[in-house]
Write a protein that binds this ligand. Structure first.
Ligand code: SAH
Length: 220
């Protein structure tokens, strides 16, 4: 059962969360705003009650529809690569539990998040904590299409493993914008950071190996 009732965030949760933030800093996360956001958001609200007591471990957990909430280090790492600034317009692919969306919103971004799986999209409509962040707009749809109506975006963050760089996402990035996307198949992905230069050309950097659930094609 996912949690949909009002939860408490007590001193014990806060203590464990501080330790998680220290661990992320030890593991090399430097962006203070990323660490602060993770330090503020009660991750246990986002998990199935069965995993609540483990919410501040650096571990991914299953959520509904066979999907996962990413490992905190992965969330921190991707967010740091994205160089989020206040008022950035960020497109996120893969809302999932909406934890990452809340981290971005806590950092002052205006978030547009797409989820492919209808049950997950519907569940978040009933999730009390999301109401704290009116700057998050969610959409049910296929991330490969992006959101042409709201484009262009300052930043694009893909939180599922993409077999290739989706051309429409590159199109919807502003000149000067940054996209962070794990690219690769079922055996794992390389974390790519793409910068769109002012002349429309693309600069690519690679940052290590990750394992995400696949970015699927077509509405489910
Ligand atoms: N950002 C999420 C992590 C979710 S895991 C969090 O913080 O919890 C990846 C998510 O991407 C899953 O919810 C999956 O359903 C979704 N997904 C997979 N393919 C997609 C696609 N083509 N478009 C949008 N979402 C997709």
């Amino acid at each position: 059962m996912l949690q949909s009732v009002l939860q408490e965030d007590n001193y014990k949760h806060k203590g464990l969360r501080e330790k998680l933030v220290d661990l992320l800093a030890e593991k090399g996360i430097k962006d203070k705003k990323v660490l602060e956001a993770i330090g503020k958001i009660p991750r246990h609200f986002f998990l199935d009650t069965a995993f609540e007591h483990r919410a501040y471990e650096n571990t991914a957990f299953p959520i509904a529809a066979g999907q996962t909430i990413s490992q905190p280090y992965t969330v921190a790492f991707q967010t740091e690569l994205l160089q989020v600034k206040k008022f950035d317009k960020v497109l996120e692919i893969g809302t999932g539990s909406a934890y990452q969306s809340c981290v971005l919103a806590e950092m002052g971004a205006s978030v547009f998040s797409i989820e492919l799986q209808r049950p997950l999209y519907d569940y978040i409509n009933t999730f009390f904590f999301i109401k704290k962040y009116p700057s998050i707009r969610r959409f049910w749809g296929d991330g490969y299409q992006g959101l042409p109506t709201y484009a262009p975006f300052d930043k694009i963050l893909v939180t599922a493993g993409a077999p290739y760089l989706p051309p429409k996402l590159v199109e919807q990035l502003k000149p000067g914008g940054i996209a962070v996307i794990p690219v690769g198949g079922g055996e794992g992905q390389k974390m790519l950071r793409i910068r769109k230069n002012e002349d429309g050309s693309i600069t690519e950097e690679t940052f290590g190996d990750f394992m995400f659930v696949p970015m699927l094609e077509g509405k489910r």
